[in-house]
Ligand binder design. Structure first.
Ligand code: ASP
Length: 439
């Protein structure tokens, strides 16, 4: 049995519903469908969830939200009519509107309705059973998911034989009130459903053919990653790649269920498979899984003669940063010097205090700050314990005239991370991509 989750763009209009239906009907194992609220149909369109948040803000400040609410209602009625479904949405919308006007709807309940109506419509269209997320996704008082109760509730509820459609993004608190995940949280619902039902795979259907090897705004038409491990994915998303909602990994990872990212608009593309590990190598000559990075880091660098023989210098530097609640990303060092690499946004508000405290407590010979540094990460499990990869990376950058400001590699050799000037960021990514992928 396969659990499928369709994101907002796959639910945006009747045409997308038809594509979903074709996907579901092409594989009888696809019995469980988790849906997002309708997303954008075109660039300047609105996501239903955004409109619902807007509706709530209007009401909160005593402004009528009729126009915004009508946009939501008409989107769903349009989908229903185009698909020729018979579903009395008008009564439901009228009742909801009445409760909004009387301020009887909480913010979370209101914003969860996008997923709710998507699921109602999709269930009718597929002739699957609608299962409300409020009946199975159970939160603890602290807002974490009560996994045991959630899994059990879905197992007891689901009419898997017939097929079910359930809304993503929300569940219930112990008192029965609706609670939502953070934005993008339908990914988590899908993952929970897959884990609860011990699915053979969790398919996450979106509008790209998998996780791309590099940012398409930087590299033209980057290839999709065929296979990636959870650890690599973590490296990629930590260093800037936008992939899945963070919380969505845990349930399927814990149960060793593969996660497959697929494209509703190109259903024959295999997409990206994410697993704990791969025993067989899909493409043994491809050492780099993905290239990513972020701009705007600062480096605090200090040197002190004889530092290598002194105990506690790094400790003192880090203590100052801890005092200001600043988390350090990388700590490249030399014999008598050490540096810390920190996102500028996190450092800037504390910069002068941090510097004066380091000056007083460490008494370095030199203390410098460099800004406008970009960090680029080449991630790949196949790089580990294989000589020559970093040589190739740095040779390629050297040939392109890109100066490397710092180098860092994690002990698991899953990545090679280096810093360049912000202005070299895009070319560094392109050079790597061209030398390792477009060879
Ligand atoms: N509809 C929600 C959002 O826009 C949740 C989701 O689509 O995953 O954030």
């Amino acid at each position: 049995m396969k659990v499928t989750k369709f994101g907002g763009s796959s639910m945006a209009d009747a045409g997308q519903y038809r594509k979903v239906k074709e996907i579901i009907e092409s594989d009888p194992a696809r019995r469980v469908v988790v849906v997002s609220a309708a997303g954008k149909r075109f660039q300047d369109d609105h996501k239903i969830t955004d409109l619902l948040y807007l509706c709530y803000s209007h009401t909160k400040y005593g402004v009528r939200c009729d126009a915004v609410f009508d946009m939501v209602a008409s989107r769903y009625c349009e989908i229903r009519d185009e698909l020729g479904l018979e579903l009395d949405l008008e009564t439901e919308f009228a009742q909801l509107k009445e409760r909004i006007d009387k301020k009887k709807v909480t913010r979370e309940e209101l914003v969860s309705r996008g997923e709710y109506y998507s699921a109602k419509l999709m269930a009718a269209f597929l002739d699957f059973q609608f299962v409300d997320a409020a009946d199975w996704v159970k939160f603890n008082l602290d807002g974490t998911v009560d996994m045991e109760q959630t899994y059990q509730a879905l197992r007891e509820l689901s009419w898997i034989g017939k097929g079910i459609v359930t809304p993503g993004f929300y569940g219930v608190m112990p008192d029965g009130s609706i609670h939502t995940f953070s934005r993008g949280g339908s990914d988590i619902t899908g993952s929970l459903a897959a884990a609860a039902l011990d699915a053979e795979v969790y398919e996450n259907w979106t509008d790209v053919s998998g996780i791309l090897m590099a940012d398409p705004r930087i590299v033209d038409n980057p290839q999709a990653i065929a296979e990636v491990t959870y650890d690599e994915l973590r490296e990629l998303s930590y260093s800037g790649a936008q992939v899945l909602h963070e919380g969505s990994i845990f349930p399927v990872r814990e149960k060793n269920i593969p996660l497959n990212i697929r494209n509703t608009n190109a259903p024959n593309d295999p997409g990206t498979i994410i697993k704990e590990r791969f025993d067989e190598c899909h493409d043994p000559d491809r050492f780099i899984t993905g290239i990513t990075g972020m701009k705007d880091f600062s480096i605090i660098a200090l040197s002190k003669k004889g530092m290598s023989n002194q105990v506690g210098v790094l400790h003192k530097v880090l203590t100052v940063l801890v005092r200001h609640g600043i988390s350090v990303d990388y700590v490249p060092n030399g014999i008598d010097n050490v540096s810390v690499v920190i996102p500028t946004e996190a450092l800037a508000p504390h910069l002068y205090n941090v510097l004066s405290e380091i000056q007083n407590e460490v008494e370095p010979d030199t203390l410098d700050v460099y800004d406008k540094i970009a960090v680029v990460a080449a991630v790949g499990r196949k790089m580990a314990f294989r000589p020559g990869i970093s040589g190739k990376i740095f040779a390629a950058l050297g040939e392109a005239g890109i100066n490397i400001r710092m180098i860092n590699q994690g002990p698991d050799e899953l990545n090679i991370i280096f810093g360049v000037d912000n202005r070299d960021f895009k070319s560094a990514i392109r050079v790597l991509y061209d030398s390792f992928v477009n060879k």
